[in-house]
Design a protein around this ligand. Sequence first.
Ligand code: FES
Ligand code: FES
Length: 268
Amino acid sequence: MSTSRRGFLRGLAGAGAGAAATGLAGCAPDISPAPVLDASKDGEGLVQLEVARYPDLSREGGAVTLRVPGEQPVLIMHPGGDEYAVVASTCTHSGCPLGFQDREAICPCHLSRFALDGTVTHPPARAPLKKYVSGFNASTGQLTIDFAAGDVAFPAVVGGKVVLPFSQFPQLQTVGGVVQGTPRGYGRLIFVFALDGGTYSAVDGLCTHQQCPVDFNAAGQQLVCPCHDSRFTRSGEVTKGPDTGGSIGPLKQFPVTSDASGVTVSFA
Ligand code: FES
Ligand code: FES
């Protein structure tokens, strides 16, 4: 693992590099993206950091951008004491990497600000940052970040599958029914739709433009991204690209099967 601002700048290519470079040159010279730390997660989706080893993080008011293979980068913030908070590190306005100051994640590009729980406290960003489950053990000095955490009331991934029984999700027995949730073991929002003809679709809930979580618009029967208004069908196909221009790919689709008892989504 290593932290460095030079390393961070090298890593910008995957996280809105162009916008970041432009914004940093013009807007807020006193706010810099948090320096980068690379780490790996274990088989349970956990990353454990011995905080004292990383001065950029251990100091009061410190923060780092954590890059974990297979995950979106996250911003770990240390307001002080034993308090830590972890949110997505990419601004939902135009994808710039965030810094941290005065208990807020701040975007150097156009000065959007976010609270420790990821909610927007100052525009132009409109959509919140994803918040990650984390815990600090004061006796060991270890911070644990759970990338596989899911909704307590939503079925977890077991054996590479999520089973949604009709007894728990009766809406899936009706055409137009929808279920959304974050399965433990996957750690990201998914949507499952009951389509015509007794078929189903299951799609990832992260927009393929800049990874904002999409919302389901029941009136329009479509998935809408709150960040730049991209739109997708219930099977994940793109029907409208981002307001900021450019094209994007479909939402990730998962194989789905069903039987008399429920619907099974495969993550293998
Ligand atoms: S990219 Fe514009 S405020 Fe963050
Ligand atoms: S993140 Fe830009 S349209 Fe979704």
